[in-house]
Design a binder for this molecule. Sequence first.
Ligand code: SF4
Length: 420
Amino acid sequence: MWIKLIYPRWPKLEGQTEFHLPPHGPVTFAAALPREIELSFVDENRSPLDCSDRPDAVALSVMLTCQVPRAKAIAAAYRRCGVPVIAGGIGVTLHAEEMAGACDAVFLGEVEGRCDQILGDLGRKELRPVYDWLREPAPIELVGTARRDILDYSLYTYRGVRMVDLVHASRGCRFDCAPCPVGYLGGRVFRPRPIEKVVAEIESIDNPRLFFVDNSLCQDRAWVEQLLTAFLPLRRSFISHPLDSDDEILDLARRAGCWYVYQAILSPSPAIRERIRRYQAHGIGVEGTVILGTDDQDEAAIYRLVDFTLELGLDMAEFNVLTPYPHTTYRRALAAEGRILHDDWEKYTGDKVVFEPKRLSRTRLQDLYYYAWEKFYGTAGRRMKMGALIRKVILREQAQGASAAGEGSTKGWTQGGSAG
Ligand code: SF4
């Protein structure tokens, strides 16, 4: 059976530096498929999509709300020709009803251990419209090494430098931040993978640069310590979401390869200033992710927040307009007050105002979004900052490679470091 796996294209954030990371959803899905399935993959963000072929089935992997309209269009094109279309991923789970109306079947929740049933139904031409495992997460032990062999890595470089590979060591999040649908998607239970499985996956990746896309590594300190300790001999450089910011964890994280974290900055608070100072004191770079347009922000507050990001000495910053994604606390609150302007999902990209702000006008918020990017990056420009960042990680890799060579091992540091 030939399944064509497609990752629909999506618009990049206006103002964001254009680069592409290898997508994680498709390779995770591919790992759950039996090996006898013939699988081809198209990331439409990197390659043109030809819908004139006739696979036995199309599988759409959808991560973002803004991919939904394109996913529906692809489904329509194949279904018109009689090719059955199945869709899954975070974006499908958040838009289950709409996607179910556009596909032969939607898959909600985690796929591990569930493929046999859906493939059997597909073979018998008895697909059910919805396979709903959202409230029954797969046993975490079943999460295997992602199938990165389906990727064409020459498509994932920035100015000739190979981009990071995405990995996850855990699922779920016990926090419940207002703009975030993760609680709905993954349940509010933190589920760490067995560390030996994470290590085996990392060892299978021919790339010294990784990005741990775990929701948060601040959920189980003892497990994080074990995980970071297990990373020490692997000699990789990695990016992650926030870590606990005490000296012990940060020192261990740095030695384990952490060189960069994404840190949400919601307000100019002393606590966040101190947290970022600690990362930096341990040699870990920081990218601030900043949401503009929350109900407590007026114009002056946004000016203060942008100034604050500049004071922090961040490596990079990413500014987003608050966006009420489905199944979030924000959306429920805004909907209750009649403040959501539309459900044009293509505009749910984080760079457009799609709701009625409380303390400033829509147009003013949109202008302040542009102001934030310009003020932060100024004449240096985003490309220069990105270039500086890449130099930083390459120098780090060279230093570690030299040190590893001194220890009689160069594993991973001379291969796959750059491509293109
Ligand atoms: S924003 Fe991060 S920490 Fe907060 S609920 Fe979402 S995944 Fe968890």
